[in-house]
Ligand binder design. Structure first.
Ligand code: FES
Ligand code: FES
Length: 160
């Protein structure tokens, strides 16, 4: 059994526009693959049980917690991580975080940015309520949400 779990599972999928072929342990989750195999460490891991949103990525166009996605679910998938967000310049979401002083830590910020990016891909002009709803799966347990709320206002006002 142990040998089976350690045996490689071969998968092919796309990450941030690049095709990836990997053989990984069957027990690996998407977050493990991103961080351990692809060195995409912008995606963080915290609660590991789908509650905090630190590991949020966009999988086949939908926001997911990458700690809950198993390797076998990735065949032919398309994944966007935080590393894809500002390839050339800061994304408007990142600008809003800067302007709003939303200086969250490195653990929760990437997940929040991906949650908002997923929202903007579905709804280019979100209301403040929709932005808050979009962030509802992303928890910060330390600094509070004042800066985030200012960034939400900036983002919603720009979108409206
Ligand atoms: S680490 Fe995945 S939701 Fe918390
Ligand atoms: S968890 Fe990141 S600032 Fe609180």
């Amino acid at each position: 059994m142990k040998e089976q779990l350690q045996a490689g599972k071969t998968i092919r999928f796309n990450v941030n526009g690049s095709s990836v072929d990997l053989s990984v342990p069957a027990t690996y989750r998407l977050v493990d693959i991103l961080r351990k195999e692809l060195n995409l460490t912008g995606t963080k891991i915290s609660c590991e049980v789908g509650r905090c949103g630190a590991c949020s990525v966009i999988l086949n166009g939908k926001l997911v917690n990458s700690c809950l996605v198993m390797a076998y679910q990735l065949e032919d998938a398309v994944v966007q991580t935080i590393e894809s967000v500002s390839a050339d310049a800061l994304h408007p979401i990142q600008e809003a975080f800067l302007q709003g002083g939303a200086l969250q830590c490195g653990y929760c910020t990437p997940g929040m940015i991906m949650a908002l990016k997923s929202l903007l891909e579905r709804e280019s002009q979100p209301t403040k309520e929709e932005v808050l709803q979009g962030l509802s799966g992303n928890l910060c347990r330390c600094t509070g949400y004042e800066g985030i709320l200012r960034a939400v206002d900036i983002l919603a006002n720009k979108a409206e």
